[in-house]
Design a protein around this ligand. Structure first.
Ligand SMILES: [Zn+2]
Length: 211
């Protein structure tokens, strides 16, 4: 008798549990972890998705030394007896509607003009503006040095000859568009272009190179 009662109770209890479980299941309140575990997880991007960018050196042109040449060298004074600290920077002055881009050094007519660095005379040229001029390249053919308004050339000066710092190449004058009453050396430094033409280049202020 007792055993039968117990059995009925157990059956009733089991039924109640089953119904409750079913209700919760349907309502979604009861989640079965096994289902969650079986659900495929969001897959992490495969390593192939993290592609390295194309190698930079292959795609982007790397600046070569053509644009960034060696630093302009220190130069010897082109006129003897002139203190570099007494020079007046005339590089940015306006002249005839363009930038001067050179250094004017006033001096008495006939003052010897000296090579500022070692290198060959590339061109002896007479122009309307510069008058009697000398173009010299440095030994690395990176820079050109331009001496203008000369009164005359040094004896024996020739294109192609090698000058060393301090060699006399000419004498101060006022040829070209310089005022006859104000003889001076017009001295310019240019960074040569790849073609190394004596009449082309990027102007550099000479004054800091002389200090
Ligand atoms: Zn000048």
């Amino acid at each position: 008798m007792r055993a039968k009662m117990t059995g009925i109770f157990m059956l009733g209890f089991a039924t109640g549990v089953a119904v409750l479980t079913g209700t919760l299941w349907v309502s979604g309140a009861l989640k079965i972890p096994a289902v969650e575990a079986g659900t495929p997880r969001p897959v992490a991007p495969p390593p192939a998705a993290v592609v390295e960018p194309a190698h930079p050196t292959a795609a982007e042109p790397v600046p070569i030394s053509s644009g960034a040449d060696p630093i302009a060298p220190h130069l010897a004074m082109p006129l003897a007896g002139v203190e570099p600290t007494h020079l007046v920077d005339t590089f940015n002055d306006a002249r005839d509607g363009h930038k001067h881009e050179a250094l004017d050094i006033p001096a008495a007519r006939g003052t010897p003009v000296l090579a500022v660095a070692e290198g060959n005379v590339v061109k002896l040229f007479t122009s309307k503006q510069g008058g009697l001029t000398v173009y010299q390249f440095d030994n690395s053919r990176t820079f050109s040095y331009y001496y203008a308004h000369l009164d005359r050339y040094a004896a024996g000066l020739k294109e192609g000859m090698l000058l060393r710092p301090g060699d006399v190449l000419g004498y101060v004058g006022s040829t070209g568009n310089a005022s006859p009453t104000a003889p001076h050396l017009h001295f310019a430094v240019n960074r040569l272009l790849p073609d190394k033409r004596w009449w082309e280049g990027t102007p550099i202020d000479p004054l800091p190179l002389l200090l």
